[in-house]
Ligand binder design. Structure first.
Ligand SMILES: O=P(O)(O)OC[C@@H](O)[C@@H](O)c1c[nH]c2ccccc12
Length: 259
C-alpha cells in the first residue's frame, strides 16, 4: 500500500515500540491513528541510539530492558495492521538490529506484516544499493533522512532513492522537542522540492500546534516523536492512549479528518 497523507499537513507519529510494553504500544498506535495520525513510525529500541535525544533514549532503554526485540516489533506491526488498514506503517531502526536479523528475512517478514516503509537512521544513501534492491523486491518503501547540511547532490540522491515520503530534518543534532523551531526546515524543503514530487515530512523539534501550522505552509507533513514519547512516559499505562489521542487532535485543530 502506498503511503498516503489523508490530511494537510499530514502527521507522522513516532513511537518507541515496547515502551512501556508491546500491548500498550499497540493500543497507543491505534488511538493515534483514530485521532488522525497518517503514518505510525514504530521505533525499534536499540542500546546505542546515537541520533536520539534524552526522551527517546530513555524510552529505548525501558523497552530494551523489557527484552523488546526486532521480531516483537514486526509482530506488533502485524497486529496493528490487522485492526487498522488506513494508516501507513513504517519501521524505524538503526541498521545493526536489521543486519543481525538478516536483511532478507527482515524485509520478508515486514512485508508480510503489512509494513509499508522502512527508515534506517544510519543508512547512507551512497551505500544503499543492496539494501534498496532487497526492499524493492519486497515492496517496501525506503525512506531517507535529508539534513540542512546535505549538499544538493546528496539531496538529489536521497530524493531519488526514497519512496513514500522524504524525511527532512529541521536541524542537525539529536531528536527532541524545543520551544521554537529553526528556519532551516523551509530552506531544506525548498531545495528538496527541486528533486522530488514525493510528500516531504519535516521532523525534529515539532511539539506544538504552532509548529505544525507553520510547517503546513511549506511541507506536506510533520513528524512528532519526543513530544509523544514524553507523554507516554508521564502517563499511567491505561491513560496513555487517550492522552496521546487528545494531544494529536490538539496539534491540528483546523484539520477536518478526510477519512
Ligand atoms: O523527537 P522529535 O524531535 O519530535 O523528532 C522526531 C524523531 O524523534 C523521530 O523521527 C526519530 C526517532 N529516532 C530518530 C533517529 C534519527 C532521526 C529521527 C528519529
Amino acid at each position: 500500500m502506498p503511503i498516503r497523507f489523508a490530511s494537510k499537513p499530514g502527521l507522522v507519529v513516532y513511537l518507541t515500540a515496547g515502551d512501556p510494553d508491546l500491548d500498550a504500544t499497540r493500543e497507543i498506535a491505534v488511538a493515534a491513528i483514530d485521532a488522525g495520525a497518517d503514518v505510525i513510525e514504530l521505533g525499534v529500541p536499540f542500546s546505542d541510539p546515537l541520533a536520539d535525544g534524552p526522551v527517546i533514549q530513555r524510552a529505548s532503554e525501558r523497552a530494551v530492558a523489557r527484552g523488546t526485540k526486532l521480531s516483537d516489533v514486526l509482530g506488533l506491526a502485524a497486529e496493528i495492521r490487522k485492526v487498522r488498514r488506513e494508516a501507513g506503517l513504517v519501521i524505524f531502526s538503526y541498521y545493526n538490529p536489521v543486519l543481525r536479523y538478516g536483511l532478507e528475512r527482515f524485509c520478508k517478514e515486514a512485508s508480510e506484516a503489512g509494513v509499508d516503509g522502512v527508515l534506517i537512521t544510519d543508512m547512507i544513501v551512497e551505500e544503499a544499493d543492496e539494501y534498496l534492491k532487497v526492499l524493492e523486491a519486497h515492496g517496501l518503501a525506503p525512506i531517507f533522512l535529508a539534513a540542512p547540511t546535505s549538499p544538493d547532490e546528496r539531496l538529489a540522491r536521497i530524493a531519488k532513492a526514497s519512496r513514500g515520503f522524504v524525511y527532512a530534518i529541521s536541524r542537525t543534532g539529536i531528536t527532541g522537542a524545543q520551544q521554537t523551531m529553526t528556519g532551516d526546515a523551509e530552506q531544506l524543503v525548498k531545495r528538496l522540492r527541486k528533486y522530488t514530487a514525493l510528500p516531504i515530512a519535516v521532523g525534529f523539534g515539532v511539539s506544538k500546534p504552532e509548529h505544525v501550522a507553520a510547517l503546513g505552509e511549506f511541507a506536506d507533513a510533520a513528524v512528532v516523536g519526543s513530544a509523544i514519547v514524553a507523554i507516554v512516559e508521564a502517563s499511567a499505562r491505561e491513560d496513555a492512549p487517550s492522552s496521546i489521542a487528545r494531544f494529536i487532535k490538539g496539534l491540528r485543530p483546523a484539520v477536518a479528518l478526510a477519512r
